[in-house]
Design a protein around this ligand. Sequence first.
Ligand code: AMP
Length: 328
Amino acid sequence: MNLEVMQKILQKIEEYDRIMIFRHVRNDGDCVGASKGLKAIIKLTWPEKEVYLIDQDTAAYLEFLGPEDEPVADEVYTDALGIVVDTASEARISNKKYTLCKELIKIDHHIPLENYGDLIWVEEERSSCCEMIAVFYEQFRDKLKIDSEAATYLYTGMVTDSGRFKYSGTNGDTLRAAATLLDVGVDIDTLYARLYLEAFEYLKFKAEIYRRMKITENGVAYIYVDKAMQEEFNLSLEQASACVGTLDSIRGCISWMVFIDTGDEKGSIRVRLRSRFVTINTIAEKYHGGGHACASGATVYSQAEMEQLLQDADAHVKQYKETHEDWL
Ligand code: AMP
């Protein structure tokens, strides 16, 4: 834990009257939870401070967490402190007005492909950025205030980014931070129901995935969700992309990925890459992407490039299997 930088972040927050919070494009539970959770903690602790979180694009499955602030004039940004959560590179910051802020802080748990900001707090081994915000609260709890709404935002990101505390980033610190939030008060029955109940039709789509999924020679499971399939099941891009977890439990497949035809004019195919034991981020980085060691995103622009990525992933997995044991 980097106590020195955490203390500097607290000082900066205390110093500024206005704070703008930023997160990443294609938002997920962690960046939404961390941004809303941090905003709530600051507002509860210093009600007189102005805190804005401006992003009009909340993912549909997270809308239950509530809307963000309306856009404001550029001048509002200029004397403010900016805090970007859960975002490895500047290109992925959703609200581009972060450049207007007087000073910028980066709080993140991704592998830092590039750094930005005047103060940087990155802890790659954290299971989520929400865990970092919860640890931040815990560290300065004699000064900071939290309530069950803020705790629920943070708990949402911890649950979603750790796969319900299943992924390998989960450790004692993760559970201690989660315990702090539960002590504050999180209605986990309602939260889990909001996050994980699935529509009958969506389960039919999953059945189709199991029917069509393929495996490369050395055990990379994959599926290409083309436009026809998206139309057949009446899926938004986001719903189609959510199917990556469907392939996560095939014995012998230590990596799995989904390719989603975005239908844009550039022919982009969104790739979501996942793995256990073997790392997969180097493959993502080769194809306009990045992320975590075992959960990354990328983009390819043709079926040929998709095949190329699969070949690279297959060779990578082959090499891993040849040099390791007990990968199941
Ligand atoms: P996704 O499959 O899109 O949820 O991505 C998995 C993880 O990789 C998330 O933490 C994303 O923030 C990150 N990620 C996705 N795409 C990129 C990218 N192009 N560059 C860097 N990180 C990415």
